[in-house]
Write a protein that binds this ligand. Structure first.
Ligand code: ZN
Length: 285
């Protein structure tokens, strides 16, 4: 009878005993009883077996979940790192291309002997500008064709003042149909030199501009070029830059409007600046 009562108490204590929540005195009491009671020893063993079966599995599941989660986190971090790295790498490539073209352009534009022709190809009209430069002299010939009428305007400009208040003396000759008019000795500033389209003010502007720009190698007007879209400082849709000279060779605005730029260096001579026979022109004041 005493044994039976002990058994009940011991079995009540066993769960706590297994979890090591019982005090030393209780432990001793349980262990003394177990030494002599096969039944309770069996119950203890069954409980331990049950625990072994349950706990590790739950743990394993948790561990598996944590592992899976951290694996996902690792993959996510890796993807973010790859995206960030490619962004940096692509921006780096774009910075390199733009600064290289910009350097080439700076070298190309120093010449004071050049001819630049600009073709504006538009839906309803055609405009062609021939710009000649030799030292302090410039000649601009603008040919406009609209509704089968051709208008030619020739502007001869000679630099008279340099620097801040740069000034040119200008003679203009205009031919529209049979009408020929001329305007002589007007003064103005002129800015028609080829320029570095890809110029940026400083290195961080270069980086920002490069991030936004999209660049692809193309052939334009028979020349190896880069087509650069979203180049912030320019207001047009896209620009074509010659790979060798770094110079602007084409502009796309709203299709089908295109502007073409053609350059010749060291081909201009004094002959190009011989003005037309003024007696054929009606002089305007
Ligand atoms: Zn017992």
């Amino acid at each position: 009878m005493k044994e039976k009562k002990d058994c009940k108490i011991v079995q009540d204590l066993l769960p706590n005993y297994i979890e090591k929540l019982t005090n030393e005195e209780t432990n001793k009491y349980v262990e003394d009883h177990l030494k002599e009671c096969e039944k309770c020893t069996k119950v203890l063993k069954n409980m331990q077996k049950d625990l072994e079966l349950q706990t590790p599995q739950a743990d394993k599941r948790e561990v598996k979940y944590i592992k899976k989660f951290s694996k996902k986190m690792r993959i996510l971090k890796l993807i973010i790192a790859i995206i960030a790295l490619s962004f940096v790498a692509i921006t780096g490539i774009k910075v390199a291309i733009i600064s290289d073209l910009s350097n080439k352009a700076e070298k190309s534009i120093v010449s004071d002997n050049y001819k630049r022709t600009i073709y504006g190809l538009r839906k309803d009209d055609f405009v062609k500008w021939d710009i000649y430069n030799l030292g302090d002299k410039k000649k601009m010939v603008m040919t406009t064709v609209k509704d089968n009428n051709t208008q030619v305007r020739k502007i001869f400009a000679t630099k008279e003042k340099d620097g801040e208040d740069m000034e040119y003396n200008i003679n203009t000759y205009e031919e529209t149909g049979n009408e020929k008019t001329a305007k002589l000795n007007t003064k103005a500033q002129i800015s028609v030199d080829p320029y570095n389209t890809l110029q940026t003010e400083n290195w961080w502007q270069l980086i920002i501009v490069s991030m936004k720009a999209s660049i692809k190698p193309v052939t334009f007007d028979g020349q190896p070029c880069y087509y650069i879209a979203n180049f912030e400082p320019s207001m047009v849709d896209g620009i074509y830059i010659n790979k060798e000279t770094g110079l602007l060779v084409g502009v796309t605005e709203q299709e089908p409007e295109t502007t073409l730029y053609v350059y010749e260096f060291n081909t201009v001579t004094e002959k190009d600046f011989v003005e037309p026979d003024i007696s054929e022109y009606k002089i305007e004041e």
